[in-house]
Ligand binder design. Structure first.
Ligand code: NAD
Ligand code: UDP
Length: 311
């Protein structure tokens, strides 16, 4: 049985990934310091005989036997990653460095959860992997954007210098059960506000776009990427190309929750990208992957999850 380490395993994506890997017969260890994740997210893994959880900060070195590393540890929502920007940069840069050294020592395959934030406020649309991005290096989002870019650099230098088997994905906005109710992301905020019949807060005029992928689709893409035998490095975009405005998202959530909420427009935060949509041609070509879950179905599942946690 292959030994898999998932850093950030107690987070939103990490907990779904741990469960999916257990179902596929891997021996899974979650490494997490519970900065934004929670033990509750691991409730459907913790009693599995092939599961182990370690409390550890990825920015500190660690030694263990491992065949595959998924590096997901990082605060991910703007509110969480801006709370302590130096911590965020440290986690992404030192975390990548420590995990790359661990992979090198074990001759393990290593996967990096990179992000569409690599593209910043993009000037090409939709975003293709060959686009280098439009990123402010000194703004309030830079601690995340630039440290994720630096992590990609480290991955490709370890690949070039040591022929390390790397797999880099650029994840576009993903949502679903296990998102933290405090993460301030748009799907979380709008669903909770709608369920409580509070005003839905839209930043700016709501014409900015995002493309929302349901978590089960994304995790399927992760596993296809790690299991492909051709040693394709990426970067590969994973996300749902169905692009909508934040206004449209808010209206959908009001309809699906049957809420009486109204919309309140507030200020647009600095450097907030105006549009975002993944070109997923590479994922289709190399992984035979594309999302299957519609926005309506994914939102229904997520609304039902948040209804149970805010009770
Ligand atoms: P999350 O906040 O739910 O999960 C991140 C996990 O990392 C948490 O469990 C947290 O406790 C842990 N963590 C943070 N700092 C750590 C440290 N120093 N040491 C050990 N553990 C630490 O976020 P998520 O949405 O599940 O994101 C997971 C990964 O995917 C992140 O790397 C994020 O950048 C990337 N990503 C996510 C999205 C998305 O839409 N969800 C989009 C792009 C990229
Ligand atoms: N947003 C919003 N209301 C909220 C939270 C976010 O209008 O309560 C906007 C945010 O300004 C951005 C988009 O929704 O334009 C997506 O934000 P999110 O934080 O989910 O992710 P991002 O893609 O910006 O990292």
């Amino acid at each position: 049985m292959k030994k898999v380490l998932v850093t950030g395993g107690a987070g939103f994506l990490g907990s779904h990934l741990c469960r999916a890997l257990l179902d596929k017969g891997y021996l899974v260890t979650s490494l997490d310091n519970f900065y934004t994740g929670s033990k509750k997210n691991l409730s459907n893994c913790i009693n599995h005989e092939n599961f182990n959880s370690i409390e550890h900060d990825v920015s500190e070195p660690i030694d263990m036997d491992v065949d595959i590393i998924f590096n997901l540890a990082s605060p991910a929502s703007p509110i969480h990653y801006q709370k302590d920007p130096i911590y965020t940069a440290k986690t992404n840069i030192f975390g990548a460095y420590n995990m790359l050294n661990l992979a090198k020592k074990n001759n393990a395959v290593i996967f990096q959860a990179s992000t569409s934030e690599i593209y910043g406020d993009p000037e090409t649309h939709p975003q293709v992997e060959s686009y280098w991005g439009n990123v402010n290096p000194i703004g309030i989002r830079s601690c995340y954007d630039e440290s994720k870019r630096c992590a990609e650099t480290l991955f490709f230098d370890y690949h070039r210098m040591y022929n390390l088997d790397i797999r880099v994905v650029r994840i576009f906005n993903t949502y679903g059960p296990h998102m933290s109710i405090e993460d301030g992301r748009v799907v979380t905020n709008l669903i909770i506000q709608a369920l409580k019949n509070n005003e839905l807060t839209i930043n700016g005029d709501g014409s900015q776009t995002r493309s929302f992928c349901y978590v089960s689709d994304l995790i399927e893409g992760f596993i296809r990427f790690i299991e492909q035998p051709q040693r394709i490095t990426g970067p590969i975009n994973l996300g749902n190309p169905h692009e909508i405005t934040i206004n449209e998202l808010a209206k959908k959530i009001i309809t699906l929750t049957g809420s009486k909420s109204r919309i309140e427009y507030t200020v647009m935060p600095q450097d907030d990208p105006l549009k975002r949509n993944p070109d997923i041609s590479l994922a289709k070509q190399h992984l035979d992957w594309e999302p299957k879950v519609s926005l309506e179905d994914g939102l229904e599942e997520t609304i039902s999850y948040f209804s149970s946690v805010i009770k």
